[in-house]
Ligand binder design. Structure first.
Ligand SMILES: [Zn+2]
Length: 554
C-alpha cells in the first residue's frame, strides 16, 4: 500500500538526478496507532517543495504565478484552473504535479483538457501556444512570450471505499461541491524560481467556500469586505493576516468583534490569497459546497468548526468540543501559532476491513477529521476527540516548532500523543481514569509486548516512516513512553512537577531557532532544568536499553 507513492517520488527524483535527502522520507508519513491514523499534509507538501527547490538548476529570473480557480462546475466535481506565468519565460515551461499524482488513476484526480495561450498586457488572450503531453504533466511552448496562460480541467471522482490509502480520499467530491488538496490540483513549472504566487477563486454561484489552511479565508470577498470595513470599521470575516499568507495589498486592518456561534460561512464571489511559497500553495486545502460552519473564539484566535454533512450530534456541541480542546492547548502554550484553528469533520469513506474508524489530517493548525457517519456523541468524545487534540497539538509541536529531522520523530509524535491525552483531561472531556486506561493499553500492546523491545531503539523505529505497522507502533508508543520517563527523571532531579511541560513551552518560545534537533532539545532541557540528558537519551532513546512502561500517565 505504501509502495506506490514512494516509488513515484523515487521516479521523480531519479528523473531529475537529485539527491535523496533524509527528510524526503516524510513522504508517506502515516500514523498506525490503535484505531486511527493521521497524515501530515504540511509535512508532505513542504517536502515536495524542498524537492523542487533542491532540483532547481541554477539562478533563473523568477516568474510570478497566478492560479485562477473557476468554481462554477465545482458541484459536479470539476475545477477549471488557469495558471498564468509572467516574467522572463524560457523557451518552454514544463508543468508538473507533485509526484504520485499525474497519470495515477487511483487517486480519483483527473487533470485533462490542457490548452495554452499567450496573454497580452491587459490580460486578453493572444495566440495559441503549443502544448505537448509529457510523462509527468505538460510542456507549454513559451518562446517570445512574456505572459502565458495555461488552462486545464480537473475532475474529482470518489475513490472506492476499498482503497485503504487515506491520502487518496483527501481530494474528493463532497455534497454540493468538492474538497481539494493543493498538491493535487496545482501544476507547477519545474526548474523555475518563483517570486509571487496568487490564488484567486471565481465563485459565480456563490458556493460557501472554506480555505482552512493556509489562507484562513472565510467570508466575504475582499472588495465587499473592504467596503464593509470602511463603512463600519468592523467585520465578521476571518482573515488570517500574516499567517501563512502575505496580507492582500488592498486590505486594511481587520478588527473583529467576538461573535460566538455565528452560523454558516457567508458567500464570497471572489477570494484571493497569496501563498508565501510553493510549500504553502501545496498545503492549501480548499473546500466548497454544502458546508456549514460555526465559529467561536478563544482570546484572539478564531475557532471554527465546519462540516459538509448532518451528524448524530449537534453542530453547536461539536464546536464546543473543538473550542475546549483549542482553548486548553492554547492555555498550555500561552497562545496560538495561528489566527485561526479550523476543524473540519467529514465522512470516512474507507470501508475496507483494514480501514480505521477515524482518520486525522492536519495542515498547519487546522484539522480534517474523517469519521464514520454513524458516529455518536459518545464516540466523538471518546475517540475522535483524541484525534482532534493530537492533530491540533501538531500546530505547535511539528509545525510552529518544525519537525524536520526524522531522528526527532520519537519526540514529536511521542510527546504529541501523550500531551493530547492530558489536554483532554484538562479540558474536562476525558476523565483521568479513561485517559490512563487508553495510555496504559497502548503502552502495553505497542511497546511492552512489542517484539522489537530491546532489539531496536525507539528513535530508529520512529524515524523509519515507511516501516511496517509493528515498527511504527513501537516507535510511537515508545516515544510517548520515553517522554513520560524523561519527565519523571527530570522531576526526580529537580523536584518540580511535570518539568517537561516547561521544556515544551520553552521550545515553543525559541521556535524561531529552526527545526527541532536533538541538540536543540538537549539545550532547552538544560536551560529549563539544569539537567544534561545526553547520556540518558543515548541509552534509552537512541540506544536499545528498554524503559519500563510508565505509570505516571496522567
Ligand atoms: Zn502525530
Amino acid at each position: 500500500m505504501l509502495k506506490k507513492p514512494q516509488s513515484a517520488l523515487e521516479q521523480y527524483k531519479n528523473k531529475r538526478g537529485g539527491v535523496f535527502e533524509p527528510e524526503l522520507t516524510w513522504f508517506g508519513r502515516l500514523w498506525h496507532f490503535s484505531h486511527w491514523r493521521e497524515i501530515r499534509l504540511t509535512g508532505l507538501a513542504a517536502l515536495l517543495a524542498a524537492v523542487y527547490i533542491a532540483l532547481q538548476p541554477g539562478p533563473i529570473e523568477p516568474v510570478n504565478l497566478t492560479y485562477d480557480i473557476d468554481l462554477s462546475e465545482a458541484e459536479h466535481g470539476t475545477l477549471t484552473i488557469t495558471m498564468i506565468a509572467e516574467g522572463h519565460l524560457p523557451e518552454y515551461l514544463d508543468l508538473e504535479f507533485p509526484p504520485g499524482i499525474f497519470g495515477d488513476n487511483g487517486n480519483g484526480v483527473r487533470p485533462h483538457a490542457p490548452s495554452g495561450r499567450a496573454l497580452n498586457a491587459n490580460g486578453q488572450m493572444g495566440m495559441a501556444l503549443a502544448v505537448e503531453e509529457t510523462e509527468y504533466g505538460w510542456r507549454l511552448a513559451t518562446q517570445q512570450v512574456e505572459r502565458a496562460g495555461f488552462i486545464y480541467r480537473i475532475d474529482l471522482a470518489r475513490v472506492q471505499g476499498s482503497e485503504e490509502d487515506i491520502r487518496r480520499h483527501i481530494s474528493t467530491p463532497v455534497s454540493g461541491g468538492l474538497r481539494a488538496a493543493g498538491f493535487e490540483i496545482f501544476l507547477e513549472p519545474v526548474g523555475m524560481a518563483v517570486q509571487d504566487i496568487t490564488v484567486s477563486m471565481h465563485n459565480p454561484s456563490g458556493l460557501p467556500v472554506l480555505v482552512p489552511w493556509p489562507a484562513l479565508v472565510k467570508g466575504r470577498d475582499l472588495a465587499t469586505e473592504r467596503r464593509r470595513q470602511l463603512a463600519s470599521r468592523s467585520s465578521d470575516a476571518s482573515l488570517g493576516l500574516g499567517q501563512g499568507f502575505k496580507p492582500g495589498t488592498d486590505l486594511g486592518p481587520v478588527s473583529q468583534p467576538a461573535n460566538p456561534l455565528e452560523t454558516a460561512a457567508s458567500v464570497p464571489s471572489n477570494l484571493l490569497y497569496h501563498p508565501r511559497d510553493m510549500a504553502d500553495l501545496n498545503n492549501s486545502l480548499i473546500i466548497c459546497g454544502n458546508i456549514r460552519s460555526l465559529e467561536s473564539r478563544a482570546r484572539d484566535t478564531v475557532i471554527q468548526y465546519a462540516t459538509d454533512r448532518t451528524w448524530l450530534f449537534a453542530d453547536e456541541a461539536a464546536l464546543e468540543l473543538v473550542r475546549r480542546i483549542a482553548r486548553t492547548e492554547m492555555g498550555f502554550f500561552g497562545n496560538s501559532p495561528t489566527d485561526q484553528i479550523t476543524v473540519l469533520m467529514a465522512a470516512n469513506e474507507v470501508t475496507s476491513e483494514q480501514g480505521f474508524d477515524v482518520y486525522g489530517v492536519h495542515t498547519g493548525s487546522s484539522v480534517l477529521v474523517m469519521l464514520d457517519p454513524e458516529t455518536t456523541w459518545g464516540m466523538l468524545e471518546e475517540q475522535a476527540a483524541s484525534v482532534i487534540a493530537h492533530e491540533m497539538f501538531h500546530g505547535w509541536l511539528g509545525e510552529a516548532i518544525p519537525q524536520t529531522d526524522p531522528q526527532m520523530l520519537w519526540f514529536t509524535e511521542g510527546a504529541t500523543s501523550w500531551y493530547a491525552s492530558r489536554m483532554l483531561v484538562t479540558a474536562g472531556i476525558w476523565s483521568p481514569e479513561h485517559a490512563r486506561g487508553v495510555l496504559a493499553a497502548r503502552l502495553e500492546r505497542d511497546y511492552a509486548n512489542n517484539a522489537l523491545l530491546g532489539r531496536m531503539s525507539v528513535a530508529e523505529a520512529a524515524s523509519e516512516v515507511m516501516a511496517n505497522a509493528e515498527q511504527v507502533r513501537f516507535g510511537y508508543a515508545g516515544g510517548a513512553n520515553a517522554c513520560m520517563a524523561l519527565d519523571e527523571m527530570l522531576a526526580r532531579a529537580t523536584g518540580s512537577i511535570r518539568p517537561l511541560d516547561e521544556v515544551m513551552r520553552q521550545l515553543y518560545t525559541d521556535r524561531d531557532r529552526g527545526g527541532l534537533t536533538r541538540e536543540f532539545l538537549l539545550e532547552t532541557i538544560l536551560k529549563v532544568t539544569g539537567v544534561d540528558c545526553d547520556v540518558w537519551l543515548d541509552t534509552h532513546v537512541y540506544g536499545k536499553t528498554a524503559l519500563p512502561p510508565s505509570d505516571q500517565l496522567i
